[in-house]
Design a protein around this ligand. Structure first.
Ligand code: ATP
Ligand code: MG
Length: 129
């Protein structure tokens, strides 16, 4: 997902370009508004974290670009995580989306699934598939 900061900064093309140049492809995508209920459900695993409120407010700030990305095998989620880069902005390596384009951990441009089960859950949540 391109988060609100990515959409606001006009970086959808840059991010989709990196995904496509890697050899992965979009099979579904939608620019959409996010209400608090959807944002809270999406980041359910972080409910108890001190930054949860800020995270939900951020995700609902302006539209996100939600995507389903496919690759040749079942490790697509992992390839996406490599493209995205580390969570902590000071750990995100050059060459990754966050390493090249983000300056803060809270506004780090892209969300990626954490594994096959998380990807399946998120596809259902965002695309109802
Ligand atoms: P995402 O789930 O968005 O792909 P991630 O998996 O790299 O990010 P998570 O640990 O799932 O990282 O955290 C979710 C999001 O919460 C992060 O992308 C970041 O925007 C925010 N976040 C994580 N840790 C912090 C923190 N210590 N302070 C502020 N925001 C944070
Ligand atoms: Mg995460």
């Amino acid at each position: 997902m391109c988060k609100p900061d990515a959409v606001e900064r006009g970086l959808i093309g840059e991010i989709v370009g990196r995904i496509e140049r890697k050899g992965l492809r979009l099979v579904a995508a939608e620019l959409r508004d996010v209400d608090r209920a959807l944002a809270e459900e999406h980041y359910d695993e972080h409910r108890e974290k001190p930054f949860f409120g800020e995270l939900v407010t951020f995700l609902t700030r302006s539209p996100v670009f939600a995507m389903i990305v496919e690759g040749p095998s079942d490790d697509t989620w992992q390839l996406c995580r490599i493209l995205i880069g580390q969570t902590k902005v000071t750990d995100a390596q050059p060459g990754s989306i966050r390493g090249d384009l983000a300056t803060t951990t809270s506004e780090n441009l892209v969300h990626g699934s954490d594994g096959p089960e998380s990807a399946e859950r998120e596809i259902k949540l965002w695309f109802g598939a």
